[in-house]
Design a protein around this ligand. Sequence first.
Ligand SMILES: [Zn+2]
Length: 69
Amino acid sequence: MSFMKCPRCGLSVGLRVQYLTLQRCPRCAAKAGVSVAMTITEQDSTPAGPVPARTGHRKLHEQSTEPQI
Ligand SMILES: [Zn+2]
């Protein structure tokens, strides 16, 4: 799912359909009265780093003694 983001105010809009792209930021146009071109990104702009490995609950190869038939 693509996202459109305003480089000025940081408005992020998800695009469900590709042809509904916003050429200009509606927030900047409404509040500041300026026309800012939106940029298209493929993912959300939330700073999602790598998944922390310290979950404490799920361990790989924890149960290796499964009953074999
Ligand atoms: Zn904006």
